[in-house]
Design a protein around this ligand. Structure first.
Ligand code: ADP
Length: 169
């Protein structure tokens, strides 16, 4: 049984086995959580991402998929990079957002990670409405079979924390 925890805070400080990064498909850095993880984790993370681009992911990481690297200087051991879908009013991309959570947990299981911290994927620069992003996050994690013992949602502000609290019921 996977325990779900909701905390307010900065995911770069999370004391967990793996932190999930809301990356973009280039894997070469961006704003939001991505920028914070690379700043706090140091250049080793970017070096590992460049290595992936030079080898297994020449075209980048597709939306909805996930891949792991070192976490550099972060307290976590690994960063699991996943690419959320950009929100679109006229197209339902919910399954791609759900896939980010499923695939990140699959990678976490491969690594043997027992505690995993997630941000609110797609709910920042990618524009997903927070309530809906929270609902998809919580329902997908609950429905995904995994050996991860604790999924910790690390929410950056009160609005996000509130939305996840409602979603977790
Ligand atoms: P995306 O491009 O997938 O929308 P963002 O990084 O822009 O990703 O935002 C995703 C969510 O993460 C937003 O709710 C944003 O406020 C939050 N966020 C930004 N920085 C951090 C951080 N250091 N720790 C946790 N959450 C963060």
């Amino acid at each position: 049984m996977t325990e779900i925890a909701l905390v307010r805070g900065d995911i770069t400080e999370a004391d967990v086995d793996a932190v999930v990064n809301a990356a973009n498909s280039s894997l070469l850095g961006g704003g939001g959580v991505d920028g914070a993880i690379h700043r706090r984790g140091g250049p080793e993370i970017l070096a590992a991402c460049r290595e992936l681009r030079a080898t297994s992911l020449p075209d980048g990481l597709p939306t909805g998929q996930a891949v792991a690297t070192t976490a550099g200087h972060l307290p976590a051991r690994w960063v699991i990079h996943t690419v959320g879908p950009v929100y679109a009013k006229r197209e339902d991309r919910s399954d791609l957002l759900a896939s980010c959570y499923r695939e990140s947990l699959r990678v976490a299981d491969e690594l043997g990670a027992r505690t995993v911290a997630f941000p609110a994927i797609s709910a920042g620069i990618y524009g997903w409405p927070m309530d809906d992003a929270a609902r998809i996050a919580v329902t997908t994690v609950r429905a995904t079979p995994t050996d991860v013992a604790e999924v910790r949602f690390v929410l950056f502000d009160d609005a996000a924390h509130q939305a996840f609290t409602v979603a977790a019921g």
